[in-house]
Ligand binder design. Structure first.
Ligand code: ADP
Ligand code: MG
Length: 912
């Protein structure tokens, strides 16, 4: 197969200490550095490990080899770190050389400078080498190591790849299979990434000193405002202001430039005009600043690129540009470096927003509720620091009890999904599902300079990661109020509604049903106990009607009975204001706020949409102005309880998959069609067969005689057997629309007629026909896969047949699918009840459908060149499932490697 020999692009990544390095192919200009690394920066012991036998010429020869012009089958990468004043320091190198006899096998070797061991340089280099190698068709790495070379063996072990070792005398031959990267590999990778990431964020979120660069004297300007806020917030460390034109601002001495600062700030907040941002970033980097928050907006492409380059080169994490700033309420820091008209009150919500405006609104409401904020980051255009970084930070931050994210785009959704999946197990992660409408997505794409994500994809991400996705800011805050103060409900969604006015109980019951909650009838014993305390005329059906005459004591007892009964998963108490003199909740507030199950209160006379009622024990009951808000919050909490109740599911690997054969089909198709395209029926059948996907037996024929023969073989037993004929030509889209599908053919004559009809209708276009047995009737389903350039493969499932586009009833999950993903995907389409025995019809073969989805997931994950799979329809009946129509598309460009650890680069960073 033809492979282009373009060099991999440079990539930036974090070492385990949180510093930024660049990984790039070695060039002729690197010769001196490579020589120096091997000759002077490795001990004789390490040199011996590298070269086995030591000769004086070895370092020189090695540098010659690594820095030689690009050649087929060889690649050498170096790991560089900035060393001040535009200089780079080479920390280590890695190389592979493809075996001339075995093109899928490459010999590899690594070398790291002595002083840079234990920072993960070797591991990072190999990760990137694996990525490049897979791209070029290499599947196996082999390495020779002296058996005492523990460091080298450790590097392979740390990679999390399955490693075989063969001892050959004093040497060990290590064999690593690259295409078997699995969950272990990913988990190891996640752990490394999270540790490095959190360390890299310390100067940003726990700075010891700060400079505000671009503080104008004009009150009300951005820099000025931020400086005032930092000072008003009593930041613990030194604060410096940079302005070349003023001597002092608000009594604080000004420094003419970053270079002239009396110390090195950990963090610089930058508010200079756009054209000065790149230079300020470079100055900060040279001085040793470790993090930047760029408030400035309106940077052009070149300015943006220079800004990010400076950050990468000087190992600075960057928030923004075009953001509102950050806040950290930790008493050891007390930093309020954002220009919103609100001060973050100390508290327990971690907040990260793409839009500053949303951030202000969120902080205000969290403050008002008393939940407060642990740390706040306005991400702005997200050149570097993203929601994913913050999730990892909060995961390790003891003050953060819930995470709130407002994201319009995802830079690295697979990494995000993996992180979120982990973090949601410990703390709730809430988000606004922004950009649900086409108009909303257009808005998001234009104002954050990033493509917004289609709804189905985003929702798949949220559902799989256990993220609580709300429709808007109010719903988010209302849900946060419940999750923060009350225990989680059980996972069945059973609610007891209690009200002091029957009509309100009915409203609340409707709101609950609309949110997917249920109001079960109460057990007789419980009902009896309730009626014993409630006034005459009360009803203990669900909703429970206490009548307006209920005493505060009776109400408190009734609520407690329900919340601790075990009969329901949550209690919704709805109160209409009465003029009876006593506040109905008076007694409730002298009892404990936290019971076995959560309690939410609705007071129709409350002004604020949500507020807390504080109990005497200091606990809080969320109180809503509207039953719908309360019901939605309870429904979200129930979803979270369900998520937590799921076992952390594994990814099933179905039996009988022949991956090698599938790769051969892909490679042979792409060598014949270098631009990619749709597979013909024969290749389609072959590829599906490698993954055990249930295509009905399909014969391929190119003339009348073969067609009739094939029909006879597929439906041999005479009259009850029928066949289907489908005309095929390359480039065909829908067949039945144009009369290219003839079903229900019975007997040779009918087959002949159908064939002749195709010849008549399609003439020279007709390349051949597909002959299939007529499948037994059932529900027509759609199952498929699309490869998203950013999200990776997405498995789709829904209602199928020829009306599929009209119904548009499909759900999606990101591959690879866990057992839980598969189950929820099966039940997600609106039409799903048709599969479970709808109106007396026999249920479909669900095991077969689960198996189909897990095979699709494996196919999607294994073959990155596969961009589209449409199985439509898959006909499901009680006796099994059969796919009668399949379309597959391949593209030569593999999807981006979701496993590679690298920091974001702007799209045009290496084009100009
Ligand atoms: P297209 O989607 O390109 O129009 P299909 O091959 O999906 O063509 O055929 C259209 C419809 O014909 C299917 O939705 C299904 O209802 C029916 N059909 C096709 N092949 C078979 C088959 N082998 N057995 C039973 N029904 C079939
Ligand atoms: Mg079809």
């Amino acid at each position: 197969m033809v492979r282009t020999l373009s060099q991999p692009a440079a990539a930036d990544a974090l070492l385990s200490d949180g510093s930024t390095v660049t990984i790039r192919p070695l060039e002729a200009d690197d010769h001196a550095a490579v020589l120096d690394l091997h000759a002077n920066r490795m001990s004789p012991g390490n040199q011996r490990m590298r070269f086995f036998a030591m000769s004086r010429r070895a370092p020189e020869l090695c540098a010659d080899r690594l820095c030689a012009p690009t050649r087929a089958g060889f690649l050498a990468l170096g790991c560089f770190v900035a060393a001040g004043l535009g200089e780079e320091e080479l920390l280590g190198v890695v190389e592979y050389d493809v075996d001339s006899q075995r093109p899928m096998v490459a010999e590899i070797a690594v070398a790291v400078a002595d002083s840079r061991h234990h920072l993960g340089v070797g591991t990072l280099l190999i990760e990137h080498l694996v990525h490049a190698a897979l791209d070029r068709g290499v599947r196996i790495f082999e390495a020779e190591a002296l058996s005492e070379n523990r460091a080298m063996l450790q590097v392979f072990h740390d990679l999390g790849l399955r490693v075989e070792r063969h001892v050959e005398g004093p040497e060990v031959r290590v064999v690593v299979r690259l295409d078997e990267r699995d969950e272990t590999y990913l988990a190891t990778l996640d752990e490394r990434a999270a540790g490095a990431d959190v360390l890299s964020l310390v100067p940003l979120l726990h700075p010891r000193s700060i400079a505000v660069v671009g503080v104008s004297e004009r009150a009300g300007s951005v820099g000025h405002t931020v400086l005032l806020k930092i000072r008003a917030g009593h930041f613990e460390g030194p604060v410096w202001a940079v302005n070349p034109h003023a001597a002092t601002i608000d009594g604080l001495p000004c420094h003419p430039s970053v270079a002239a600062l009396p110390g090195v700030p950990d963090l610089a907040v930058v508010a200079v005009p756009a054209d000065q941002v790149p230079q300020v970033a470079v100055d900060c980097g040279r001085l040793g600043v470790r993090a930047l928050v760029v408030l400035t907006s309106g940077l052009d492409r070149q300015q943006s690129r220079k800004l990010l380059d400076a950050c990468r080169r000087h190992s600075m994490r960057l928030v923004g540009p075009n953001c509102l700033g950050i806040a950290q309420t930790d008493p050891a820091v007390r930093l309020d470096a954002q220009f919103g008209a609100v001060v973050a009150a100390p508290g327990s919500a971690g907040v990260a927003v793409q839009s500053g405006g949303v951030g202000i609104a969120l902080m205000e409401r969290l403050n008002a509720l008393g939940i407060g904020v642990s740390s706040f980051v306005s991400l702005g255009d997200k050149y570097d620091v993203s929601g994913n970084d913050l999730l990892q930070w909060w995961e390790h931050d003891r003050r953060t009890e819930l995470a709130i994210l407002h994201l319009e785009s995802f830079g690295s959704p697979r990494a995000f999904a993996r992180t979120a999946r982990r973090v949601t197990r410990t703390i709730p992660v809430l988000t606004v599902d922004a950009g649900r409408s086409a108009a909303g997505r257009r808005g998001a794409a234009s104002h954050t300079a990033a493509a917004a994500t289609p709804t189905v994809t985003r929702q798949a991400l949220f559902a799989q990661a256990g993220i609580t996705a709300t429709a808007g800011i109010s719903e988010l805050v209302e849900t946060a109020a419940l999750l923060h103060a009350q225990p989680l409900p059980g996972s069945t969604g059973k609610v007891a509604v209690v009200s002091n006015a029957g009509g309100i109980g009915v409203l609340a019951a409707d709101a609950c049903s609309e949110s997917g909650l249920v109001l079960p009838e109460l057990p007789a014993e419980l009902a009896r106990k309730l009626l014993a305390v409630l006034p005459q005329g009360s009803s203990a059906a669900n909703p429970v009607d206490t009548t307006a005459a209920v005493s505060p004591e009776a109400l408190a007892t009734a609520v407690a009975l329900l919340a601790d009964s075990g009969a329901v998963d949550a209690v919704l108490l709805c109160l209409a204001p009465t003029a009876l003199g006593t506040d109905p909740v008076r007694e409730l507030l002298s009892t404990p706020a936290r019971r076995t199950r959560p309690i939410a209160v609705v007071r129709l006379d409350q002004r604020a949409p949500v507020d807390y009622l504080t109990t005497q024990d200091g606990g809080r009951l969320p109180c809503y102005a509207d039953p719908q808000s309360a019901a939605r919050a309870l429904a979200h909490a129930t979803d979270r309880a369900r998520w937590l109740a799921q076992p952390s599911a594994d990814v099933p690997r179905p039996e009988g998959i022949d991956r090698k054969a599938a790769v051969a089909v892909v490679d042979s198709f792409l060598s014949e069609h270098p631009e990619g395209g749709w597979l013909d029926p024969v290749a389609t059948a072959r590829l599906l067969d490698c993954y055990g996907l249930p295509l009905v037996p399909s014969a391929w024929a190119t003339d009348l005689h073969d067609t009739v023969e094939a029909a006879g073989t597929l439906a041999p037993l005479g009259h009850e057997h029928r066949v289907v004929l489908k005309a095929y030509w390359p480039g065909q889209v829908h067949k039945s629309d144009v009369g290219a599908v003839r079903t229900n053919l019975h007997g040779r004559e009918a087959v002949r007629d159908a064939y002749r009809g195709f010849v008549r209708d399609f003439g020279d276009r007709l390349a051949g026909v597909v002959v299939q047995p007529q499948a037994s009737p059932g529900t027509e389903l759609f199952a498929g896969m699309v490869q998203d350039q950013v999200f990776g493969p997405l498995v789709l499932f829904g209602m199928g047949g020829t009306a599929v586009d009209l119904l548009d009833d499909r759900a999606a999950r990101l591959a690879p699918l866990t057992t839980t993903d598969i189950r929820t995907l099966l039940t997600s389409p609106h039409g799903a009840p048709l599969l479970f025995g709808y109106r007396g019809a026999p249920p479909a073969d669900l095991d077969a459908l689960e198996d189909l989805l897990s095979r699709l997931s494996a196919l999607a994950s294994d073959l990155p060149q596969l961009t589209d799979v449409d199985l439509n329809p898959v006909i499901a009946s009680k006796s099994g499932i059969a796919c009668v129509d399949a379309r597959l598309r391949l593209e030569p460009r593999p999807a981006p490697d979701p496993y590679l650890r690298r920091l974001r680069r702007l799209p045009d960073a290496h084009e100009e």
